[in-house]
Design a protein around this ligand. Structure first.
Ligand code: PLP
Length: 354
């Protein structure tokens, strides 16, 4: 309401305020942009890789990861995942390294992060930059440290369904001050030092531009929403964790349904996927659940099977899991009773199709 009454709707002091709060959260500098895809795109641009360089990325991710790579003039190289947490399989990625490979983009699926020490060791020994797609992983921790508070370049999303939202939005976090400064210019059409000037209300029409930039900045409206959401985040975290633990408990007796092997004391779950038994027709099941007012999703259609990114490769785990996966509802407004209803209806349908 303050922003609306002030009538400065675009990028101004509220964005800097939100960035300062994020900086406290991560203990590192953060740059806010218009969405998570823009965060990934600018992170890659700022690294200044040679055109057509290759980036290793799991195929089982939102198409945003892939689009950010091609937007930066680079080539996404689809990799397989591990079956227990749907995270990038490093052994598979290793097989796909060529002389053109410059970076690796692990996707922290549903907030899980896997063994990041191993991932960074792999990246360092192969001279690869790590761009973490942490769109799902705000609030998740690794060895007691927050995701974003360590590592190379980490990108978050604040879209409407992520762990916190600013309506739309995203940010890049890094220890690399030069990279952060570069992204600050790139998000404002390459106008040098425009971010600082706007925050101080000293914007002028005399400026210089030395490179391609994008109109990817965040607005005061978005930042104000983000700031309030960040304040409420501790409550969201405990809610999401308890919901995931509840689903785990409700499903623990049913060996035919596979769940992610995540420790919800350490990570914050963004989605809750389950892998159905092979004999279940997924579309039929989803329709039946929908008629019972239970909405489900499929996260995700493998990118190496999309027309734009098509590759004649077989990613065994990705393809096996993709055909049997559904995500069941997890969000701030759901109750334990709702969850019991979801699981009892789900098990009912499965039992009938045995
Ligand atoms: C949401 C998401 C993004 C992109 O974030 P937007 O804010 O929607 O642009 C990137 N990667 C993954 C895995 C996501 O889920």
């Amino acid at each position: 309401m303050e922003v609306l009454q002030d009538e400065y709707l675009g990028m101004g002091s509220k964005v800097q305020e939100f960035e300062n709060k994020l900086e406290d959260f991560f203990s590192r500098e953060a740059v806010c942009v218009v969405n998570g895809t823009a965060a990934l795109h600018l992170a890659l641009e700022a690294c200044q890789f040679k055109p057509d360089s290759e980036v290793l990325v799991p195929s089982l991710t939102y198409v945003a990861s892939f689009q950010s790579i091609t937007a930066a003039g680079l080539k996404p190289i689809s990799c397989d995942i591990e079956t227990e947490n749907f995270l990038l399989d490093i052994k598979d990625a290793e097989k796909r390294i060529t002389s053109k490979t410059v970076a690796i983009m692990p996707v922290h699926y549903s907030g899980g992060v896997g063994n990041l020490d191993e991932l960074y060791e792999f990246a360092n020994s192969n001279n690869l930059k790590v761009i973490e797609d942490a769109a799902h992983a705000l609030g998740s921790t690794y060895n007691g440290k927050k995701i974003g508070s360590f590592g190379d370049v980490i990108c978050f999303s604040f879209d409407g369904i992520k762990n916190i939202t600013s309506g739309e939005g995203g940010c890049v976090v890094s220890k690399d001050k030069l990279l952060i400064e570069k992204i600050k210019d790139l998000r404002l059409l390459g106008v040098i030092k425009d971010s600082d000037k706007r925050a101080k209300g000293e914007r002028s029409w005399e400026f210089d531009v030395k490179e391609q930039g994008w109109r990817y900045h965040m607005s005061n409206i978005m930042a104000a929403i983000g700031s309030v959401q960040l304040k409420r985040f501790p409550d969201f975290i405990s809610k999401r964790r308890s919901l995931a633990k509840k689903y785990d408990a409700l499903l623990s007796g049913y060996k035919e349904i596979q769940t992610l092997k995540n420790n919800y004391d350490n990570i914050v779950p963004h989605i809750y996927p389950i892998v159905l038994p092979k004999y279940i027709n997924r579309d039929l099941l989803r329709n039946k659940l929908n008629k019972l007012n239970i909405q489900t999703g499929v996260h995700y259609f493998p990118n190496h099977k999309l027309s734009y990114y098509k590759k004649e490769i077989i990613l065994k785990n990705t393809e096996d899991i993709f055909e049997r996966i559904i995500t069941i509802p997890i969000h701030n407004d759901i109750t334990f009773q709702d969850q019991e209803y979801v699981i009892s209806q789900l098990l009912n349908i499965i039992k009938k199709s045995e």
